[in-house]
Write a protein that binds this ligand. Structure first.
Ligand SMILES: O=c1ccn([C@@H]2O[C@H](COP(=O)(O)OP(=O)(O)O[C@H]3O[C@H](CO)[C@@H](O)[C@H](O)[C@H]3O)[C@@H](O)[C@H]2O)c(=O)[nH]1
Ligand SMILES: [Mn+2]
Length: 985
């Protein structure tokens, strides 16, 4: 800082090739403007057909162009950082600041205790003075299993840390290390130590895993450690006192490793939870940790890692300190974000988990404008800035001040007792926590909004992406999980955009324009869905009708379209390749890009709108970190996992099938009339290309839909379609039909197709437009949809859910006298270390509240009853044990008499009746099969991953989907009804 002998601790370098990129971007911008000009100058006049379709396209293209422009902020000014750790050591080795590491976990089933332990071990073994290091684990599940695992880890660490330091091994997560090193060749001393420590690890692993399997800890262990007594008053995950345990006390002279060196402090915290106090997910956990740690070690630097992200480089703390402690440029840096890399990636990264371009390009770009976003795990903060300190250039950080636990007078029990209230539910009442202090509340991406507010306080951040990956995590291994995770992110980001911290207005004037635009790119992920959905549906439908929506190949307007498409495709391929990806990886990324935009982002947008209207609250669905054997095998082979049914997947399949159908229509036209090749090629090359790409990119989906038989194939499409089709039917006929009646749905769908068959609208060869041979499609579309319905076997309607206290389900029974089959099995009890009796109660009530059945303390039951009254029946489960239980529940209503008032053709009736009976018989078999499967599962106590998906959420999402689809088909109908006089749409 002005002084001649300032030697920096880090260096920032601008990327090369900037000028070239900017020139290229300018040409693309010209192309985009020309596309806009074409759209605007060719809008059909008022009253002309197709005006709104055209305006819609204009809207989509305006959006694409606008979004492209803001993404330039992420590519305009890339910078790369390097650190000089040796200089740091020379200057500050004796005065290194205290570092507190926060590890968050929230569910012992999907975040197994052994995984948490390995993350903790890797953090404890950092190459950093142990007396300045403290590791805090926040357990939002308050699980005794996780606590037990940490106790084990605190013992194992006494061997593990000296081993790591002595032989300087990497990585320092024991699991990852032993998986990567089979045998340390050479040195005998090393081999002996290796064997010893490996055996200890295996023994510890066995103990932790068997406790997790049994769901309880051994009795003798329970008695030995007083810490377990804190669970005596524990009722459930959402209702318990603060549990705080200092497992390794820095002051304790006995807390030494086997070589006699000090150990880092290790603390377990399960903050208080009460049903009527909202806990604010990870943000709440982090804030509790900030307070707790301030009373224990009060490190000046805080590192946050998720429980699945272990440290892969023991020098990372020093890297981060090079930024904070640099005398010249470090004093305004509030946080240093490391990229999130993953351990379990396959070669071509099927689900594009790596976010390669974000990590290797965009974040370097945003770093050029004031620093990256805070994206949760792998981020170092200065404690004060996280607590709301505003930037002031005169503020001096004094690294020497240390208020450490080691200097205190109290004994550890007193310290625990004094600290506990800081994690109580009520502590934050009437304080600025979650608002001006700590991580912000109310947003599913607490990290991004917190980072933004820190930057708005005048601070900068730094992005450090070193050669050796600093943190490695567990990436999602199935498509639904990826989509759900992206929904949470895009929803949270959109909420930030609309919140009082919006990068558009709040941040204006506080951060640079480049940074504002950079934030906007992420915050506006979700609204991309509308343009993408429009573009992937409308042009293809018009292809079917033979309406050209893009310039002809001979028109000069064709050029900007061709240029922008080609240039952007090639650019993204090159960018992806330079960022370190494979070609197939790029193709996979395009697919996920499309899938995210057409499903996750759509639901994120809908949910955000509902939230702002006050109808919904955003949750936090924790990503699963474990995959079961088969899923893992398929993942390794890069076979897409569709698994569970979800409305998001239904949308993807619908768009894919629609495009397939449109493309088949074109191929059919060409085969019938060879001369049409030239004409179609001339008038509609872009629509054919678009539809073709949409089909081609969906090949894995078609495979999952039609050609696969494994469990990861696309399931339950049939059911979802039935809902949609019958709702369309209902819509068209203005009749009421409740969701949930499978049989009625089948019949209505068939009816609908029959009616459409008869309708003159869809008779072949309707001479209605410029290319009559293309206009016969709607009927076939429905036939294809129906075929898809029939070809994918109907799944059983069972649901599996986790019960805390009470869960109720309703089922509408349409006819008196129907036979209702019900079955349930308690698959797994979360933690049954104290009670062996893990049954639940089930009470069934009829429409007027009369009790029909009442089971007490059953672990499984299968029975049927006859419905005396029609109407909504309620099935209420009560879990009296204090632990979560997983229940598999199945209801099926059998109804044989079939009278459908809308079947117009008498001859169909008996046939329908037979189909209905057959259907029912099949269903009964499936019902039995389902029950058996559930039973088997229970016996095996499946270790299967489970997301705690709120069931009402799923119902609501299906409703949203049905709504969207009705609208879509309604539009489609309207479209085809306008059959006359369309020269151009
Ligand atoms: O109530 C909760 C919910 C979650 N977590 C923890 O939060 C972390 C992140 O959850 P995860 O399901 O793994 O979400 P990801 O999408 O993988 O996480 C990314 O996105 C989150 C915001 O959506 C950030 O908080 C994370 O740091 C970031 O890695 C995990 O350690 C959880 O244990 C809690 O502590 N309490
Ligand atoms: Mn995660």
């Amino acid at each position: 800082m002005g002084s001649g002998n300032y030697i920096p601790l880090f260096h920032s370098e601008r990327a090369k090739g900037r000028v070239l990129y900017r020139l290229f971007a300018a040409t693309v911008l010209v192309g985009i403007c020309l596309i806009w000009a074409y759209r605007v100058s060719h809008i059909p006049r008022a009253g002309e057909n197709g005006r709104w379709v055209w305006i819609g396209l204009l809207g989509a293209e305006l959006w694409f162009g606008f979004y492209w422009i803001i993404t330039q902020a992420l590519r305009w000014k890339l910078i790369y950082r390097t650190t000089f750790k040796d200089r740091l050591s020379q200057r500050y080795e004796k005065d290194l600041p205290g570092v507190d590491i926060f590890v968050c976990t929230a569910d012992p089933v999907i975040e197994p205790p052994l995984m948490v332990v390995n993350t903790v071990l890797s953090a404890m073994a950092y190459n950093y003075p142990p007396e300045r290091l403290a590791v805090y684990v926040s357990d939002d599940a308050g699980s005794i299993l996780t606590f037990y695992a940490l106790m084990e880890a605190s013992q194992f660490a006494r061997h593990w840390i000296p081993y790591c330091k002595k032989f300087n091994v990497e990585p320092r997560s024991a699991a990852a290390y032993f998986a990567s090193v089979q045998n340390p060749h050479g040195d005998d001393d090393h081999t002996t130590h290796f064997e010893g420590v490996k055996n200890l690890y295996e023994e510890m692993k066995d103990r932790i895993e068997s406790a997790a399997r049994l769901g309880r800890i051994p009795e003798e262990v329970h008695l030995k450690h007083k810490g377990f007594s804190q669970w005596d008053s524990y009722t459930s995950k959402g209702d318990h006192d603060t549990i705080l345990q200092i497992l390794i006390d820095g002051k304790d002279p006995l807390a030494k490793d086997i070589d006699g060196w000090a150990l880092p402090i290790l603390v377990y915290l399960a903050r208080e939870k009460r049903p009527h106090h909202f806990h604010n997910f990870k943000a709440g956990a982090m804030n509790a940790l900030i307070r707790i740690s301030s009373n224990i070690s009060n490190g000046q630097i805080i590192l946050n890692v998720d429980c699945d992200m272990y440290s892969n480089d023991s020098l990372s703390i020093r890297d981060a300190l090079c930024f904070f402690m640099d005398e010249g440029k470090g004093s305004d840096i509030a946080f240093v974000q490391f990229p999130q890399w993953f351990e379990n990636l396959t070669k071509n990264d099927l689900y594009s988990n790596r976010l390669l371009v974000v990590t290797n390009v965009e974040f370097h770009g945003i770093d050029g404008y004031g620093g990256p976003l805070y994206v949760g795990t792998g981020c170092f903060h200065r404690r004060e800035t996280l607590c709301g300190l505003k930037f002031n250039k005169n503020h001096k950080f004094d690294w020497k001040i240390r208020d450490n636990v080691r200097n205190r007078q109290q004994n550890v029990q007193d310290l625990e007792a004094e600290t506990k209230p800081l994690a109580s539910c009520t502590y934050e009442q009437n304080t600025q926590w979650g608002n001006e202090m700590g991580l912000k509340y109310g947003c599913p991406v607490e990290d991004v909004i917190t980072g933004l507010s820190i930057q708005c306080n005048g601070w900068k951040s730094a992005y450090y992406n070193p050669e050796r990956k600093a943190f490695l995590g567990a990436a999602a291994t199935s498509l639904p999980e990826v989509l759900v995770q992206h929904k949470r992110w895009s929803e949270g980001d959109l909420q930030i955009f609309l919140s009082k911290y919006s990068p558009a207005w709040f941040a204006h004037g506080k951060i640079s324009l480049g940074l504002q635009l950079g934030y906007a790119c992420y915050c506006l992920w979700a609204p991309n869905c509308f343009a993408i959905l429009y573009y992937s549906i409308i042009p293809s439908l018009h292809l079917l009708k033979g309406h050209s929506l893009f310039p002809q190949i001979s028109s000069p307007w064709f050029l900007p379209f061709a240029y922008v498409i080609l240039a952007e495709c090639l650019y993204s391929l090159v960018e992806f390749h330079l960022a370190g990806g494979t070609i197939l990886g790029w193709w996979n990324e395009q697919r996920i890009w499309l899938y995210k935009r057409s499903s996750s982002y759509l639901f994120a947008s809908i949910d955000t709108i509902l939230k702002f209207l006050g109808f919904a609250n955003s949750g936090f669905i924790i990503s699963t970190k474990v995959a079961d054997g088969e899923v893992l095998q398929r993942y390794k082979k890069e076979i897409m996992e569709f698994g569970s049914s979800s409305p998001m997947l239904t949308i993807l399949a619908t768009i894919a099938l629609l495009n397939l159908f449109c493309l088949v229509g074109v191929v059919k036209t060409i085969t019938l009339d060879r001369r049409s090749i030239g004409r179609l090629g001339e008038t509609m090359p872009l629509q054919i290309l678009l539809s073709g790409v949409l089909v081609f990119i969906n090949l894995p989906l078609f495979q999952g839909l039609f050609f696969r038989s494994d469990k990861g194939k696309y399931g339950r499409l049939a059911h979802n379609y039935l809902c949609i089709i019958t709702d369309v039917h209902r819509y068209i006929n203005h009749e009421q039909l409740a969701i949930g009646e499978e049989e009625v749905r089948w019949i209505k769908s068939i009816n609908l197709v029959l009616e459409l068959e008869r309708s003159p609208l869809f008779k072949s060869g309707t001479p209605s437009n410029s290319t009559p041979e293309m206009g016969t499609g709607l009927r076939e579309l429905f036939v294809i949809v129906l075929l898809a319905v029939l070809s994918s076997p109907q799944a059983v309607l069972g649901i599996r859910f986790v019960i805390d206290r009470e869960e109720c389900f309703s089922h509408d029974i349409k006819y008196e006298g129907d036979t209702v089959h019900v079955s349930f099995v308690v698959i797994k009890v979360d933690s049954s270390w104290q009670y062996s009796n893990d049954g639940v109660d089930l009470v069934i009530k009829g429409p007027s509240g009369e009790q029909i059945q009442d089971f007490r303390d059953k672990t499984s039951e299968k029975f049927d009853f006859m419905a005396r009254n029609r109407g909504v029946h309620r099935f209420c489960f009560t879990n009296k044990s204090p632990y979560h239980e997983t229940i598999d529940f199945d209801v099926h209503v059998a109804h044989f008499s079939y009278y459908d008032e809308h079947a117009k053709d008498e001859h169909f009736k008996p046939l329908m009746e037979q189909i209905s009976k057959l259907e029912d018989a099949l269903y009964n078999i499936q019902f039995e099969q389902h029950w058996l499967e559930a039973q088997t599962d229970r016996q095996a106590i499946v270790n299967e991953a489970m997301s705690r998906r709120a069931i009402h959420k799923a119902f609501y999402e299906s409703a949203a989907l049905v709504g969207a689809s009705v609208l879509q088909v309604y539009l489609l109908r309207r479209l085809f009804e306008r059959k006359l006089g369309m020269s151009r749409v």
